[in-house]
Design a protein around this ligand. Structure first.
Ligand SMILES: [Mg+2]
Length: 360
């Protein structure tokens, strides 16, 4: 029997999924909901006051956070346009009627339509440092928005990432940088206190609270290349030898795939789902938006994706140009990048974005 301060509870109506086959995504409460005011209260007045506040407001749904659009998608909106901020959707009285599915649930539905026996499905887990007492508001908020979450884990340990491996988590989204760094170090026997420069543990990214747009289907996921899908080997050459050195390195290494980056494992799982569908009817679309130039540094990137067997629907080689305009056009449910200037550019156009720190 688990002690009450360390509780991992399956949702009542959740389908049983096989964690060894499912694409398990763990999100923290501050990633999926906007808990900034409550977090401030926690920091300023402590855990007891925070718990009291959450209990007093347990029936008041929390506003959506940055990762909300990724988990829950609005794909059949009759009353609002896709340009309006998601927060307005979610406070709108007709929201629950107009939401037809979660982003990942929509993909699950499409997969099961083509094969009812399929077990490669999305599975969402909420991981929280809230106590079970203050967690009631989290569960009620998830119910309010109709989020299909299979497990809620309320753990008191400071490093909650120790539970990622036992739940076979393939992607971890958190609003806490230490959490993200700990996750990136896990999974391949790297101790959490290690200071390795190349992190290749559980795919993980940091989300900042931001205003986001409400994307429509299909589920669209955008990856940066270097230090996200790929290792940062070419970035390091660029830092040491400049652009000319990096171009020469790429030419010399053209036949050799680039090393694995921190989001490769998640991208491969997503790609496995993507391969179940043809290009036109796929409920998932994947994108590469990289600062690399196509002429000098594109070939090795494309060859690497081919070598990995990773399907990418569209690739944009930006040659150092800002990514914001193309992201505004793609309107992804989530964008992963290791460059904070690119994250800022995505936030400026309302694109939900997640930062992958290359060094922790
Ligand atoms: Mg990069």
């Amino acid at each position: 029997m688990l002690p009450l301060d360390r509780l991992c509870r399956g949702a009542e109506a959740a389908l049983e999924k096989d964690p060894s086959r499912a694409l398990v995504i763990a999100v923290t409460t501050r990633a999926i909901f906007n808990l900034e005011e409550e977090h401030k209260l926690y920091l300023e007045k402590g855990k007891e006051e925070y718990t009291r506040h959450q209990q007093a407001n347990q029936d008041k749904p929390l506003p959506p956070g940055t990762a909300f659009a990724f988990i829950q998608m609005q794909y059949k909106t009759l009353t609002l346009t896709a340009k309006e901020p998601l927060q307005r959707y979610c406070t709108h009285a007709s929201l629950k009627e107009s939401i037809s599915s979660q982003a990942v649930q929509y993909v699950n539905k499409k997969i099961l339509e083509s094969n009812p026996a399929e077990r490669d499905l999305f599975d969402i887990l909420v991981l929280s440092n809230n106590s079970p007492e203050s967690g009631v508001r989290i569960i009620n908020s998830a119910k309010h928005y109709g989020l299909e979450i299979s497990k809620f884990c309320f753990v008191s340990d400071e490093d909650s990432t120790q539970y990622l491996k036992s739940h076979s988590v393939k992607l971890f989204l958190s609003a806490d940088r230490t959490d993200v760094c700990n996750a990136l170090r896990r999974g391949r026997g790297v101790p959490p206190d290690s200071s390795l420069l190349c992190l290749t543990g559980v795919s993980a990214a940091l989300v900042f609270q931001q205003e986001v747009q409400a994307p429509s289907t299909p589920l669209r996921v955008v990856f940066d290349g270097d230090a996200v899908l790929f290792s940062d080997e070419t970035d390091q050459i660029f830092q040491e030898q400049g652009l000319e050195g990096a171009v020469q390195y790429e030419r010399a290494m053209e036949a050799i795939p680039i090393g694995e980056g921190p989001l490769k494992a998640f991208a491969m799982h997503l790609g496995k789902m993507r391969k179940k569908f043809g290009q036109e009817k796929s409920p998932i679309r994947t994108y590469l938006v990289t600062a690399r130039s196509g002429r000098d540094m594109g070939i090795r990137a494309i060859k690497t994706l081919r070598e990995w067997g990773l399907p990418i629907d569209e690739a944009f080689f930006m040659d150092g140009a800002p990514k914001g305009p193309i992201l505004a056009q793609i309107q992804p449910h989530i964008f992963f990048d290791d460059g904070l200037h690119n994250i800022q550019g995505a936030q400026n156009v309302g694109v939900p974005s997640a930062w992958v720190p290359s060094c922790c």
